[in-house]
Design a protein around this ligand. Structure first.
Ligand code: FAD
Ligand code: NAI
Length: 468
């Protein structure tokens, strides 16, 4: 087999594997290097997919325990079989990662198993324990090596008592008390999983609000909702020490300003304080690839690094650490290499927090619009006035659409409610077409549906919502 390729991608996460498929579809001879035993990166193996499998299963468990009776379904003696729930998650991961293998074969993409490093322009070395070193010659190289969990200084993550998201997806028993450090997306999603399965969750967050970056009205609403769900959330607080004892962990906290010490006892502590780009072992220093102050690979608008023909995409470069953002960049790089004009619209990248209620956002928040001095109007509609939501015991939450006060052009959409992550896309599509609130308000929506609340919020931007 000749090791000469048009494109070699290092890392098979949603950035790398999607880039490989698109490039192959566009006629390139493509190689992909992956050091893990299965393809799909963080997203498929230890991120998006396993977390959503656990969120779904734990949600059904909670529904069965608390909501079935009010729907007239008698279900005595609902019990958790955690091993089976974990098996469900593992099967979902396997099916998805095998799906990537199939797609690589279908698109005639050659995979190399091992750690890739860049030896020089157009040369990638692959090192694995089982096979001898191989050199790949490639016209272009894309680095898609993703990110890893960040940690607190001096803390050892043993993935048993002090865990990252990876450990939190594989616990073999439900902890009685779980401390979550960080009220960001991982803390709230995985905190929700274990709360639903019976753990008492305490969350320590450095800032004075949860889910930084999210529209504040939603983040405040969700904070109240989480407290009702039984979460103990301590804002403006940081962890100063974690001591292991025979009876579990003793955690010392203090205020963000360093005052007022308190202790918390827990069986498990989940560290969810963000993720950092991963470039270890790539040999970037050797070839002089530049990083920014946060350790991310610097690229130009075409994703090219400071070295010609070497590109980077996904979590390892700037921008939100989201699977679909990585994939968008993968497609765009493949298209640029094929001589097409392509770009990612960073203003319209939806983000979803898969809790209950779910939270979904696209475009600008109110805080951003204020900061940018844009004159805007707000259209809102609560799910408590939506028939389908009431029928599904899902009346929590609301839709909020932000539009330019003069032109009516939609600038942002924010939904908190059951299934928000599905509903957000009609606002995203509208924004891609530079649509106005009136365009959405004039679009007939099937009844009864939760999406009618999206249209009602658009109507509220104009002459008024109908059902409130
Ligand atoms: P990654 O997916 O991190 O893939 C990088 C790959 O490169 C890995 O397979 C790694 O083994 C490989 N690699 C690294 N170095 C080398 C090397 N030198 N040689 C060979 N291979 C190498 N995002 C969402 O959009 N939605 C979600 O619901 C969501 N849920 C998440 C839940 C959790 C618990 C976590 C941790 C993350 C979640 N994310 C979610 C974020 C998402 O997983 C990442 O944004 C996404 O995976 C980034 O894709 P990537 O291709 O840049 O890198
Ligand atoms: P995050 O950035 O979302 O949240 C981290 C939280 O920890 C922040 O609220 C921050 O203020 C807090 N924090 C930081 N240092 C702290 C400290 N010392 N003490 C207390 N709190 C501290 O990061 P998270 O949740 O780890 O997720 C990482 C990334 O993974 C996210 O940025 C997101 O892009 C991605 N992700 C996306 C998901 C989705 O799209 N549904 C799901 C899970 C992860």
């Amino acid at each position: 087999m000749s090791n000469n390729f048009d494109l070699t991608i290092i890392g098979s996460g949603p950035g790398g594997y999607v880039c490989a498929i698109r490039a192959a579809q566009l006629g390139m001879k493509v190689a992909i290097v992956e050091k893990w035993p299965s393809f799909g990166g963080t997203c498929l193996n230890i991120g998006c997919i396993p977390s959503k499998a656990m969120l779904y299963a734990s949600e059904i468990f909670m529904q069965a325990k608390h909501n079935f009776a009010s729907l007239g379904i008698e279900s005595d003696n609902i019990r958790l079989n955690l091993a089976k729930m974990m098996a469900h998650k593992d099967n979902v991961v396997k099916a998805n990662t095998q799906g990537i293998e199939y797609l690589f074969k279908k698109n005639k993409i050659t995979s190399f198993s091992g750690t890739g490093s860049i030896e020089g322009k157009g040369r990638v070395k692959v090192k694995s324990e089982s096979a001898k070193e191989q050199i790949i010659n490639s016209k272009n190289i894309v680095i898609a090596t993703g990110s890893v969990s960040a940690n607190l200084p001096g803390l050892e993550i043993d993935e048993k008592q002090i865990i990252s998201s990876t450990g939190a997806l594989s616990l073999d028993k439900v902890p009685q008390n779980m401390l979550v450090i960080g009220a960001g997306v991982i803390g709230l999603e995985l905190g929700s999983v274990w709360a639903r399965l019976g753990a008492k969750i305490t969350i320590v967050e450095f800032l004075d609000h949860i889910l930084p970056g999210m529209d504040k009205e939603l983040s405040k609403y969700f904070l109240r909702n989480l407290k009702k769900q039984g979460f103990d959330i301590r804002l403006s607080t940081k962890v100063s020490a974690i001591n292991k004892s025979d009876n579990g962990l003793i955690i010392t906290t203090e205020s963000a300003k360093g005052e007022g010490k308190a202790t918390i006892k827990a069986d498990i502590a989940l560290v969810a304080i963000g993720r950092k780009p991963f470039t270890g072992g790539l040999g970037l220093e050797k070839i002089g690839i530049e990083l920014d102050e946060k350790g991310r690979i610097k690229t130009d608008k075409s994703y090219q690094t400071n070295i010609e023909n070497i590109y980077a995409i996904g979590d390892v470069i700037r921008g939100p650490m989201l699977a679909h953002k990585a994939s968008e960049e993968g497609v765009v790089v493949a298209e640029i290499l094929a001589g097409k004009a392509a770009h990612v619209n960073y203003d319209i990248i939806p983000s979803v927090v898969y809790t209950e209620p779910e939270i979904a956002s696209v475009g600008k928040s109110e805080e951003q619009l204020k900061q940018e001095g844009i004159n805007y109007k707000v259209g809102k509609f609560p799910f408590s006035a939506n028939g389908r939501a009431k029928a599904m015991l899902a009346a929590d939450g609301f839709v909020k659409i932000l539009a330019d006060a003069t032109t009516d052009r939609v600038l942002g959409g924010h939904i908190i409610g059951h299934g928000a992550g599905e509903m957000i896309h009609e606002i995203a599509l509208l924004m891609e077409f530079s649509g106005a609130g009136e365009d959405l308000a004039l679009t007939c929506h099937a009844h009864p549906n939760m999406s009618e609340a999206v249209r009602e919020a658009a109507l509220a931007l104009g002459d008024g919502a109908l059902h409130i």
